[in-house]
Design a protein around this ligand. Structure first.
Ligand code: UCC
Ligand code: FAD
Length: 583
């Protein structure tokens, strides 16, 4: 622990950047110079403080919570539209297990931990570690929690302008008391578009003169239909009945799903969706027929206003992807020690173990990537994020969501195959993992839409996010550079990094067509750097070195396959079109 006398936020930043240090102004001299307390955060010590809770919670997950999760799948939600007297009631009936997951989420502080910030910037990591344990056994309760977390983050961001949100709903979202704990929805998608919400949104908001609005529209997907509140988008209609089209006409609204008497707030459940997976979730189509709501953004700033929620729920999505991979692999590993074929246990066939080892690399890579974003986000939550940190959150969030979603689908599919026919049999509880994994690539933005979001981030910051990315990768490679065993791998990552940046600079006109390959390249390069850094940070354990090397053997820069950027030429667009539609 040391005390410094510093002058500005820049000094604090410089002193703490990249180190396990935290700076706090603890007083001022008579002439106003701040005294700054710089202290070292001992990562092991912080981890030890909550390690016991993780172990205890892990036991609870493996027993009580897992059983509840299975029950959620067996007892999917249903709606009773009419009561015995023919009155329209749209009563949503959920499983007792689903409701119990709500209470457990509150008791365990699955949202609270990130906001009470007992462990300062490490609180996000702690929360994410708990969610990693919870998610595959939650019976998809992880979904409403993602949106609840996103709602809390939105409210924190706008608390100065809307203090009543902080005093009211926020307190419920971050409560540890099950009777007080609220979940939130996120209603963005309409029939006309879930990716292109700017064109698709046809929900209209009519001012009531008392500060409230009535919303009229049709929300095509609402997953947390049993939530207590939601954030949604709508267009304000003026006195002449006019409204603004496109994204500039969208504003952000807050509404509660029930009024004080418990009656529905002008929201009619039209039907529950019949889905491939996520059957535990009450995903519905909702008619908003005069729902009372409050505008909580400037007019036309709806999409920007809801973007905090997108960031958080995309992080949760990545964590769910990482954890479902871990779950199938744990089961597959166990099975390999019990199942015999051709006279031996599966574990004794190197070909079978090679298959699982390749999946291990993917699962560990996804976990590291997601935790790294949580680490950055923890800094942002605590007001100590540098500009570089902010850039990394902006870029890594869509990258991680799009990449880990794809990994989850392929790992779970291969993982199921490792059980042979049993993997296909419902009674084992395994097939549900594949059904539920598919959605991870679709909701919260499909792979292409997130690739375009990566481009949006690059363009909006005039390339600064890429510079931040480069310096972050360079920083992470530093430790590995001095390890001769890793020299080739460091060089591979560095070459790919240089190539992908050069490609982006030289091919700006081709970036839309290259967006997906560009994003995959960034994700692979970043994971390569993380795995190398991890190998060194964990004392060069052979398995970590092996894992990093396996990763770095991949094609890290997909935009320059065969050193050619011609794959994104206009002529190729036409050829693709002809191929798909056969002229
Ligand atoms: O799917 C949903 C819920 C599922 C359940 C939750 C599960 C969670 C995981 C649980 C695991 C088990 S909810 C629906 C999610 N929907 C989406 O993700 C929409 C996908 N489409 C997009 O992301 C599009 O890119 C749009 C809607 C954002 C594009 O909208 P616009 O209006 O065309 O976009 P603009 O005009 O480019 O951006 C408008 C403003 C800009 O700010 P300004 O005006 O200041 O320049 C953008 O920079 O919004 C800003 N913006 C962002 N800011 C847009 N995207 C972002 C972003 N990602 N971060 C920060
Ligand atoms: P579209 O936009 O029609 O996309 C179709 C295809 O076209 C996609 O592959 C997409 O990648 C591609 N595409 C579109 N535009 C482009 C482009 N410019 N360039 C290249 N490719 C493009 N939404 C909510 O708001 N709240 C919820 O609670 C919610 N829950 C959901 C629950 C489930 C189970 C599911 C499946 C969806 C849920 N959604 C929810 C909706 C979800 O967010 C959207 O379905 C998703 O964002 C995609 O939008 P879309 O269905 O309109 O697809």
């Amino acid at each position: 622990e040391e005390y410094f006398s510093g002058e500005s936020a820049a000094v604090l930043e410089e002193l703490t950047q990249g180190k396990m240090l935290q700076a706090q102004v603890v007083g001022r001299s008579d002439d106003g110079v701040p005294y700054v307390h710089i202290y070292q955060i001992n990562g092991d010590k912080v981890f030890k403080s909550f390690e016991g809770d993780l172990e205890r919670f892990g036991q609870r997950v493996a027993t009580e919570i897992n059983e509840l999760g299975l029950q959620c799948e067996r007892e999917p939600p249903r709606v009773e539209h009419y009561d015995a007297w023919g009155r329209r009631v749209d009563r949503l009936i959920t499983s007792p297990a689903w409701r119990k997951q709500h209470d457990i989420a509150a008791e365990e502080g699955l949202i609270t931990i990130a906001y009470e910030r007992q462990f300062k910037e490490w609180s996000r990591l702690y929360q994410m570690a708990k969610l990693y344990l919870f998610s595959p056994s939650s019976g998809l309760y992880s979904c409403p929690l993602a949106m609840t977390d996103g709602a809390a983050k939105i409210i924190e961001g706008i608390s100065k302008d809307y203090p009543w949100l902080m005093n009211g709903p926020y307190q419920h979202l971050v409560s540890r008391d099950p009777s007080q704990f609220w979940t939130s929805g996120q209603w963005m998608t309409e029939r006309g578009g879930g990716s292109d919400v700017a064109s698709g949104t046809e929900t209209y908001a009519i001012a009531q003169g008392d500060g409230s609005y009535h919303l009229h529209g049709y929300k095509w997907f609402s997953s947390a239909t049993d939530s207590d509140m939601t954030f949604t988008l709508a267009r304000v209609v003026d006195n002449e009945g006019q409204f603004v089209k496109g994204t500039k006409g969208l504003s952000l609204f807050y509404l509660e799903t029930r009024d004080k008497n418990g009656d529905t707030n002008g929201i009619h459940i039209q039907k529950l969706k019949n889905k491939l997976g996520t059957r535990q979730l009450p995903t519905a189509e909702l008619l908003l027929d005069g729902a009372v709501a409050f505008k909580v953004s400037d007019e036309g700033r709806g999409v920007a206003g809801i973007s905090n929620m997108l960031t958080i729920s995309r992080l949760h999505n990545s964590m769910s992807s990482a954890s479902i991979m871990r779950r199938i692999l744990n089961l597959a590993r166990d099975y390999a020690t019990r199942r015999r074929a051709f006279g031996n246990l599966l574990k004794d066939y190197p070909l079978h173990i090679q298959t699982l080892a390749r999946l291990e690399v993917e699962a560990r890579a996804a976990t590291l990537l997601t935790l790294e974003i949580a680490r950055y986000l923890g800094r942002e939550d605590n007001g100590i994020a540098t500009e570089q940190d902010q850039m990394m959150i902006r870029l890594l969030t869509p990258l991680a969501k799009l990449y880990t979603g794809k990994q989850a689908m392929s790992v779970v599919s291969e993982g199921i195959e490792s059980f042979g026919g049993q993997g296909y049999i419902e009674d084992t509880g395994i097939p549900v993992m594949l059904r539920d994994a598919q959605v991870l690539t679709i909701w919260e933005g499909t792979t292409n839409i997130l690739s375009l979001d990566v481009l949006r981030a690059v363009i909006k910051t005039q390339g600064k996010v890429l510079m931040a990315f480069k310096s972050d990768v360079d920083e992470k490679l530093k430790a590995a550079e001095s390890q001769t065993q890793l020299t080739d791998d460091v060089n591979r990552v560095r070459t790919a990094l240089d190539n992908v940046i050069e490609f982006a600079v030289q091919n700006q006109d081709k970036m839309e067509l290259a967006a997906r390959d560009f994003s995959f390249s960034l994700a692979r390069i970043y994971i390569g750097a993380l795995l190398l850094d991890h190998a060194v940070g964990c004392g060069m354990r052979p398995t970590d070195i092996y894992m990093a090397k396996r990763w770095c053997e991949k094609d890290l820069c997909l935009v320059l396959t065969n050193n050619s950027s011609q794959q994104y030429d206009d002529a190729v667009k036409q050829q693709d079109f002809s191929l798909v539609f056969e002229d």
